[in-house]
Ligand binder design. Structure first.
Ligand SMILES: [Zn+2]
Ligand SMILES: [Zn+2]
Length: 250
């Protein structure tokens, strides 16, 4: 990493202008780009307390955010977005295919127990992104599978890749989310190919630790391994025989 960590960025400094907010369940990241400030994922807490306090520790508020970019509709990634938008007017962006679920207008694709027991206040989306669109310094890469609208954010200039739950890194080891938490496991593997073509210097997952040790090569290895495995049909938590169960928003 040639960038020096920046002590004025919220959270744990990872590189120039880039901070890691290690939430109670999922990761959030903050990136400063010129005079703009971006939040990647809004965490699990309804009042976004880890994000608000990390911003406050360097004299910022959520009002300073240009956008909160949501990688997907699950509550551990968008749970705090509603409060940020309500209290500070933070603008929210996500992929078009998860927009309705995030706004509380369409079916959620989380496992049944999550839909039943995990609160996740809906939030109005200010910008819905399609595959390949840019927002600030990022390109939105549609990587459906974990949810229909899962999206990775790629900073092409600095080779940062924010993967959400499309690729996880528990203990720093790259892997896919469990089949039981994934809407379409086969599609999740196919979508990985798009990420495996990228040049990546720092991979920032939704769960686990950021990976700086040849992340691009490790993504390619993960794709080769997973795509070579025979597809196993199994019952998932979404519904009988792996058929996604589209329940209305709770
Ligand atoms: Zn998820
Ligand atoms: Zn997650």
């Amino acid at each position: 990493m040639d960038q020096e960590p920046d002590r004025t960025i919220p959270g744990l400094p990872l590189a120039r202008g880039l901070g890691w907010i290690d939430g109670p369940i999922a990761n959030s990241f903050v990136l400063r780009e010129g005079s703009s400030l971006y939040l990647i994922d809004a965490g699990y807490r309804e009042r976004a307390t880890p994000i608000v306090s990390a911003l406050g520790s360097v004299g910022l508020t959520p009002r300073d955010l240009s956008f909160a970019l949501l990688t997907h509709q699950h509550p551990d990634h968008m749970g705090g977005a509603s409060f940020l938008r309500w209290a500070w007017g933070t603008k929210v962006a996500c992929h078009t295919s998860d927009q309705a679920a995030i706004q509380g207008q369409g079916p959620r694709t989380a496992p049944a127990w999550v839909r039943l027991f995990v609160r996740r206040p809906p939030v109005q989306v200010d910008r819905a992104l399609r595959d390949g669109e840019t927002i600030g310094p990022f390109t939105a890469l549609h990587v459906p599978g974990h949810t229909p609208g899962s999206v990775a954010f790629y900073h092409a200039e600095r080779k940062f890749l924010f993967t959400g739950d499309a690729v996880l890194a528990p203990g720093g080891r790259l892997t896919l989310p469990s089949r039981s938490s994934t809407f379409d496991p086969d599609q999740a593997i196919a979508a990985l190919e798009k990420l495996a073509h990228l040049e990546v210097r720092l991979l920032l997952p939704g769960h686990g630790r950021p990976v700086s040790d040849v992340p691009g090569e490790r993504l390619r290895t993960l794709f080769r391994e997973r795509s070579a495995r025979p597809v196993q049909r199994q019952k998932t938590l979404f519904g009988p025989e792996g058929r996604p169960e589209m329940a209305p928003h709770l």
